[in-house]
Design a protein around this ligand. Structure first.
Ligand code: FMN
Length: 218
């Protein structure tokens, strides 16, 4: 049975809309993926607020089909790095077609994943494919879309908090399900090291598409 509450909507002027939209764009424009981290720890309270923000994302039928596992234990980070480097080495040396390797060349990435140990926290994002209610399986809907949106909120919140992140997708990722001891219905989606950049860190000199390239007005 649907029940409704009054939406807490705060109207703002067009001038304020412009100012806020500009400020948010200026903030997001400066976000970059960082692949070299300092080992400076991040306050747990800040991480919690960032994760709470991710949890405000919309989701198919409000199923909120996400789980975030935060790893700060150096032993576990070492285990994750070893497993990730194993699959990534295999991918870079044997599995990725030349076209993919060419596309990655501008980023300067390879199978070495030192950041998985240096970053103070690794957020492992899981998709929850279904839940079990007694003996009954309850499906989640639009899981990829929902978890993708939550991950977007997460990355924006990390950047807003003055921290940096790397969206990492070691392939295949099932080792994370085993190391994190997650059940069968939870599948790893992204591995996101979070922290502070290494001093003087450099990022690839790549460019974003212009608004004309990405938007059509009809
Ligand atoms: C779904 C997804 C998967 C990614 N996987 C990796 C990855 O495994 N390793 C990596 O170094 N960067 C990865 N990236 C980061 C992209 O390379 C990066 O976002 C892109 O080059 C644009 O750079 P920017 O984030 O600095 O704007 C991934 C990004 C996304 C969205």
């Amino acid at each position: 049975m649907a029940e409704f509450v009054l939406y807490d909507y705060h109207s703002i002027s067009e001038q304020e809309q412009r100012e806020r939209a500009t400020a948010f764009y200026e903030l997001c424009r400066c976000r970059r993926t960082v692949r070299e981290f300092s080992d400076r720890p991040v306050a747990q309270e800040v991480l919690e607020l960032i994760l709470k923000t991710a949890g405000t994302a919309p989701s198919g039928a409000n199923k909120q089909p996400w789980r975030f596992v935060v790893v700060t234990d150096p032993e576990v980070k070492r285990e994750i790095r070893a497993a990730a480097e194993g699959v990534e080495r295999e991918a870079y040396e044997h599995r990725m077609p030349q076209e993919w390797l060419d596309d990655l060349a501008v980023l300067g990435t390879d199978w070495h994943k030192e950041f998985l140990e240096t970053a103070p926290a690794l957020i492992v994002v899981f998709s929850i494919l279904y839940t079990q209610d007694g003996g009954r399986i309850r499906k989640n809907y639009y899981v990829k879309e929902s978890v993708g949106i939550a991950a977007g909120f997460l990355l924006a919140a990390i950047h807003n908090a003055g921290l940096v992140a790397l969206t990492h997708t070691p392939s295949p990722m099932d080792f994370l399900q085993k190391i994190m001891q997650r059940p069968e219905n939870e599948k790893p989606f992204l591995l996101i090291p979070v922290g502070y950049p290494k001093e003087g860190v450099k990022v690839p000199d790549i460019h974003r598409k212009s608004i004309q390239e990405i938007v059509l007005w009809k």
